[in-house]
Write a protein that binds this ligand. Structure first.
Ligand code: SF4
Length: 106
């Protein structure tokens, strides 16, 4: 299937997407969470890896701003569990992601 692989890579390049990476956004372990802000009636959206793969230097869990989730990539991950076709998923996700860190109200 060399032809279809070539086509996939070409499409990937057009979308700034590569088949060689693992995209955390397409993994069942990548979870969207609310993080309280201010007096507790507002929140930010964050993403966390519930397989415990995102860590700060000192070992605490690291979470990322939701609007950056499409950028979370790894060369490989032993816990990666894809949720579906990555190309279509990322395309849809990028259409719907906020462009900056938004604050939401409960
Ligand atoms: S398990 Fe691996 S691929 Fe999945 S969200 Fe965590 S770091 Fe990303």
């Amino acid at each position: 299937m060399a032809g279809s692989r070539t086509a996939a890579v070409a499409i990937a390049a057009a979308d700034e997407f590569t088949m060689d990476k693992v995209y955390c956004a397409n993994c069942t372990h990548c979870k969207l969470i609310r993080m309280s802000a201010g007096n507790g009636s507002q929140y930010y959206l964050r993403v966390r890896c519930d397989a415990g793969m995102w860590k700060k230097k000192l070992g605490e869990e690291k979470v990322y701003k939701y609007f950056t989730v499409a950028r979370r990539t790894l060369d490989e991950c032993e816990y990666y569990e894809p949720m579906g076709d990555i190309k279509d998923f990322l395309k849809e996700l990028k259409k719907n992601l906020p462009i900056k860190d938004e604050i939401y109200s409960y």
